[in-house]
Structure formats: structure tokens, C-alpha cells
Design a protein around this ligand. Structure first.
Ligand code: HEC
Length: 147
């Protein structure tokens, strides 16, 4: 084999190995795998990849699980209601996410104690889908390899 071909072959093998290693590192439980499809809808507004900036139309939520509400400093457009939730000490626990995703408006009104501005008009009605996408958020938190 020519040295050139050999080098190309080694590079290809290394790339394959690196790919395999990445795939192995991002091991998700089955319900999180199911949540990936739901998360693709969230990606219409949200940045879903670790290390990427928030978008003008939605904060980055890769690491939102367990985080305090409205904690992305690179998202300057949180609504009054979301900032209010933050002031009330709301964090994105499993239970809060479950309630928020079912009806963001109702959740924001509830935690603020009344009618207030809010900016997310997307609802996940299906309970199973909500469970799945929350499982996905929980599983990928802190794992850029699962981008
Ligand atoms: C149509 C656009 C849109 C879609 C689709 C959408 N969101 Fe949002 N989301 C927003 C906006 C805008 C905000 C900021 C809300 C505010 O400030 O009131 C937000 C806020 C959030 C927050 C709070 C973030 C923080 O930093 O505190 C979470 C959690 C969240 N969304 C989860 C989701 C999930 C999970 C999905 C998919 C199932 C989803 N969103 C789909 C627009 C969207």
C-alpha cells in the first residue's frame, strides 16, 4: 500500500473509531430515546445543543433540567412571567416541567399568582410525550456528546 493510501486508511479507521466511541458515550435510557422525537419539535424555537447560544426565539434548554427558571444569561427576552417564576424560586424539576409543558400559560399564572405576560405558546398535551421529553432533558443534561 502506498504511504498516501495507508495514511488515508488510518484516518478513516480513526474517524470510525471516534464515531463509535461517541455513540457509545451517549447512552440514553429507552424513554429518553423516545423523547428525542418530541425534542425535535422544541428545536423549532429552542437551541437544544450544549455549548450553543440561545436563539432570539427561545433559550437554550440542553441543560435546563434542574436549573432555575430564566437562568440563561444569553437569552435577554424572558417574559415578565418567566422572570416572576425565577423570582419565586421556581426550578425545572420533573414535576414543574410536567406542569409547564401541559399548559405554560396556566403554570406561569399559577406561580406568579395572577395574569402576567408569558412567551411560550407551545403545548405538549400527550402525557406520555411529556414524560418522554422530560426523560430526554434529564438524560442529556451535562452531556454534550448527546447533542
Ligand atoms: C414556538 C416556540 C417554542 C416551542 C416549539 C417550544 N418552546 Fe419552550 N420556550 C419558548 C419561549 C419563547 C420561552 C421563553 C418563555 C418566557 O419567557 O415566558 C420558552 C421557555 C421554555 C422553558 C423555560 C426555559 C428557562 O430558561 O427557564 C422550558 C423548560 C421550555 N421552554 C421547554 C420546552 C420544551 C421541552 C419544548 C418542546 C416540547 C418547548 N419548550 C417548545 C418557545 C418555545
Amino acid at each position: 500500500m502506498s504511504p498516501k493510501l495507508f495514511t488515508a486508511g488510518m484516518l478513516a479507521a480513526a474517524a470510525l473509531l471516534a464515531g463509535a466511541a461517541n455513540a457509545a458515550e451517549c447512552k440514553l435510557p429507552p424513554e429518553a430515546e423516545a423523547g428525542r422525537a418530541v425534542a425535535e419539535k422544541c428545536a423549532n424555537c429552542h437551541e437544544m445543543k450544549a455549548g450553543e447560544k440561545s436563539r432570539p426565539v427561545g433559550p437554550n434548554i440542553h441543560d435546563v433540567f434542574g436549573a432555575p427558571a430564566a437562568s440563561r444569561r444569553d437569552y435577554p427576552k424572558y417574559s415578565e412571567g418567566m422572570l416572576g417564576a425565577s423570582a419565586k424560586g421556581v426550578t425545572w424539576t420533573e414535576a414543574n416541567l410536567f406542569e409547564y409543558l401541559a399548559d405554560p400559560k396556566a403554570f406561569i399564572y399559577k406561580v406568579n399568582g395572577g395574569v402576567v405576560d408569558h412567551d411560550m405558546f407551545y403545548v405538549v398535551k400527550d402525557e406520555q410525550k411529556r414524560h418522554d421529553v422530560i426523560a430526554w432533558l434529564k438524560a442529556v443534561k451535562g452531556k454534550p456528546e448527546c447533542n
